[in-house]
Design a protein around this ligand. Structure first.
Ligand code: ATP
Ligand code: SF4
Ligand code: MG
Length: 341
């Protein structure tokens, strides 16, 4: 498999200001050294509790944010040399059409679509930075995009408020693919929708991925959604990736205690299994001051002295499966002995 995007030690720290003079008094370490490869054509799921840095990762990759440090290597293909887009200036991002190639769909289409714009202008907006199209060509392209996402010509001159939630998300997808991108960050694209339409949008995204040869980073809280849609799954905790593996493998052979805790929270119809949920003690620590050593040590049921002092790094556990835990080889047994899972 060919790499499309490589994150190397990616960092994003948000300054925290205080006092009358608003001096910087600290920083939220939203991303604190992310290493991740995204392969051409795959759907990589990204899961983790609220605030662990999923959206920040997505926004950094498409350069809505400028990272504080690290690299985002974009393998553009077609004879182009790989480029580090982490430090590219706004002018270079535009010149290289990075914004056209890497796009994002946000969780809530109600807030991500301008309510005062007609559908045709919403979809045409990202095309403004592309070589200009004649008016007939532009209209043809917009109608083609509406058709691709399951909308019709009748929707061309409407406003977003005239649409249902599912239709609005289709519109957001049409806008995101307008520039023919090869990579989409999908940030909880179905979480704001009724359960009945979530599956339709997931199916649409699956079809578009195949039809347009897209690569996805699919951010979500919902493990069952990601089980359905992703090829590989990365688990984040407090600004770090702690485990990554092919999705089916992660569901049967999770090797980080945090992944086990997340998986144990999936609702199971069988009441006898419910008691086996791994309930983590304590709150997620503040990203202003993450714990030393393994940053999961304050909540981990299997913590040992080494965990409080030495940070574990992502290491190969088995083929295509990487885990950041000092006790990765024992975790399966420890979870079975303690929690009976
Ligand atoms: N613009 C910002 N300024 C300061 N801190 C921010 C900003 N955006 C995010 N953060 C902080 O960075 C951390 C990561 O936030 P992020 O939105 O990436 O998390 P997330 O995993 O997407 O969470 P959720 O599941 O709730 O969407 C959080 O502690 C958040 O409060
Ligand atoms: S390194 Fe230690 S504290 Fe961290 S997840 Fe592994 S066992 Fe738990
Ligand atoms: Mg988010």
């Amino acid at each position: 498999m060919k790499k499309l995007i490589e994150l190397r030690d990616l960092q994003k720290h948000y300054p925290v200001r205080g006092g009358i003079l608003r001096h910087q008094v600290g920083s939220v370490k939203a991303l604190d050294g992310i290493d991740l490869d995204i392969y051409r054509g795959e759907c990589l799921g990204l899961v983790g509790e609220s605030g662990c840095g999923k959206t920040t990762t997505g926004k950094a990759i498409i350069r809505l944010h400028r990272p504080t440090g690290g690299q985002i290597i974009y393998h553009r293909g077609n004879g182009h040399a790989p480029v580090d887009i982490a430090t590219m200036s706004p002018g270079a991002l535009k010149r290289e059409d990075i914004r056209g190639r890497l796009q994002m769909v946000f969780q809530d289409p109600t807030t991500s679509l301008n309510p005062r714009m007609l559908v045709k202008n919403i979809i045409a907006e990202p095309l403004r930075e592309q070589p200009p199209l004649g008016s007939r060509e532009l209209e043809g392209r917009i109608l083609e995009l509406l058709h691709l996402v399951g909308l019709t010509q009748d929707h061309y001159l409407r406003y977003p408020h005239e649409f249902s939630g599912g239709q609005r998300q289709r519109l957001a997808v049409a806008r995101a693919i307008a520039t023919n991108p090869e990579f989409l960050v999908l940030d909880e694209p179905t979480s704001a929708l009724d359960v009945s339409v979530q599956a339709q949008i997931l199916n649409l995204l699956q079809e578009l991925r195949q039809q347009l040869e897209l690569t996805y980073l699919f951010v979500t809280h919902h493990l069952l959604v990601v089980k359905y849609i992703s090829n590989r799954l990365a688990v984040m905790y407090l600004g770090k990736v702690v485990e990554i593996a092919p999705t089916p493998q992660l569901f049967v052979q999770a090797s980080h205690p945090y992944t086990h805790a997340l998986l144990s929270g999936i609702p199971i119809p069988d009441a006898s299994q419910r008691s086996r949920r791994i309930v983590l003690q304590g709150d997620v620590p503040s990203p202003l001051n993450p714990p030393a050593g393994c940053r999961f040590h304050t909540r981990c049921p299997f913590v040992i002295d080494r965990c409080r002092e030495e940070e574990p790094f992502l290491e190969l556990f088995s083929e295509e499966h990487r885990v950041a835990c000092h006790r990765k080889d024992e975790i399966e047994r420890l979870v079975r002995d303690r929690f009976g899972r």
